[in-house]
Design a protein around this ligand. Sequence first.
Ligand code: TYM
Length: 338
Amino acid sequence: MRIVSGIQPTGSLHLGNYLGAIRNWVRMQDEAAAAGHDCFFFLADLHAISMPHDPAALKAGTRTMAAALTACGIDDAKSVLFNQAQVPAHAELQWLLNGTARMGWLNRMTQFKDKSGKNREGASAALFTYPVLQAADVLLYQTTHVPVGEDQKQHLELARDIAQKFNNDFCTDNAPLFTLPEPIIPRDAARIMSLRDGTSKMSKSDPSDMSRINLSDDADTVMKKVKKAKTDPAPLPTEPAGLEGRPEALNLVAIYAALTDGTVAGVLSDFGGEGFGKFKPALGELLVEHLRPVTERFNALKDDDEQIDAILARGGARAREVAAPTLAGAYDALGLLR
Ligand code: TYM
């Protein structure tokens, strides 16, 4: 069993990333360490250049995100933590897989449509081929499990399609090069929505900081953001069906459920009939309690560039070692003389 996942080091780590992915990374890391499996977690800095970006901010953001993941519990004694740019095999395998990925497959990716918006002609070529790099990220390590939020499901299906076509086209039946990866998506926190709009996902790129809870927010800021979160005037229903058509209310209840490892139905059996005047402070306090240790660890680490760089350098060296045989296998399968 091998677990691999990544996060773009742009903007701050927010509650959507945490509940949708990072919390699962930490849980899987701890189980894997006990069972002797291994985990690779990386900062997708190569993906970050697919959108207009400031180089100095990317460099700082890569270190900050590494500090944030460490603060959440990613422990480099148990997991390999690195940034893609330290492992050239990611970019190399992407080029090799560009020969297998089909334009039609990439044309169907919803993220490209969302991120390029009305300006398709002006979007970077990297934004279009982004999912091929993501396929390379996981296929390089013979990954079996990829813990992600719901929004990455389509990209992982594409990674499986690419792996399957490559295995069919260039490998013999009894010696496929690539393992087909399985996405691991949490039940209730698969898609945490913006606090300002229950129909769009909580995101690092939303211009309004009030739309998200950052893992670095202090207690007052968390309480304020929850209090100001958009809701409707009706009290909470007693059954999940009563949340239909109430995306903001559903989002807050789902966050509460995820934080307590409970279910939406369970939260409603406690809070059904109550107004947000009672529910929001309870949710705010729960969040503050959960985030306090993470924020404390993050603040202690975030300016220690030396320690962070050492973690990433060690992780990079290990990742290069593990990636090498699969990359060599891909060159060989394609008939590239080296
Ligand atoms: P990114 O950086 O947008 O997000 C990192 C992880 O957080 C999850 N996530 C969410 N989950 C629930 N609710 C939300 N509102 C929310 N927002 C983000 C994402 O699903 C993701 O798991 N393309 C990827 C990074 C990547 C990657 C990979 C992931 C690059 N290569 C290989 C897995 C495997 C991305 O931009 O994630």
